[in-house]
Design a protein around this ligand. Structure first.
Ligand SMILES: [Zn+2]
Length: 128
């Protein structure tokens, strides 16, 4: 089956380090040094306590499928999902390199970076 062409993600200074790391195959999440909470999508200001003391941490790349949907009318069909990372935050992503009919809530997944159309690679997930 043909690989889906993933559109390039929108870029801004808040997310630049995230995609620079993605080019090296590293998944980063932001953690607040004031309250200790992890969050995603990356923000300069902590969404939990408003502190600007947010810092980048390398994530394990492991997670669990929280919810998913297969877009069967797309060509080729693909799976859009929310994956809850081992570190806590939930991210919107794609489930790739697997039988789309075998995806399950609670399934263990691991990060795999996929190229985009003219942009940096993006983190997607595959069954672990
Ligand atoms: Zn905080």
């Amino acid at each position: 089956m043909a690989e889906r062409t993933i559109p390039a993600p929108p870029m801004n200074p808040e997310v630049q380090p995230f995609f620079d790391a993605a080019k090296q195959g590293k998944l980063l999440v932001k953690r607040c040094a004031a309250c200790g909470e992890f969050h995603h999508y990356p923000r300069a200001i902590c969404p939990f306590c408003g502190s600007d003391r947010t810092e980048w941490k390398e994530a394990s790349g492991r997670g669990v499928i929280y919810s998913w949907s297969v877009l069967r009318r797309a060509n080729p069909p693909y799976a859009l999902a929310y994956v809850t990372l081992a570190e806590g935050p939930t991210m919107m992503t794609n489930i790739v390199d697997c039988d789309l009919d075998k995806i399950r809530i609670g399934q263990n997944v691991k990060v795999v970076f996929k190229p985009t159309d003219g942009g940096p690679p993006v983190p997607t997930f595959t069954p672990a």
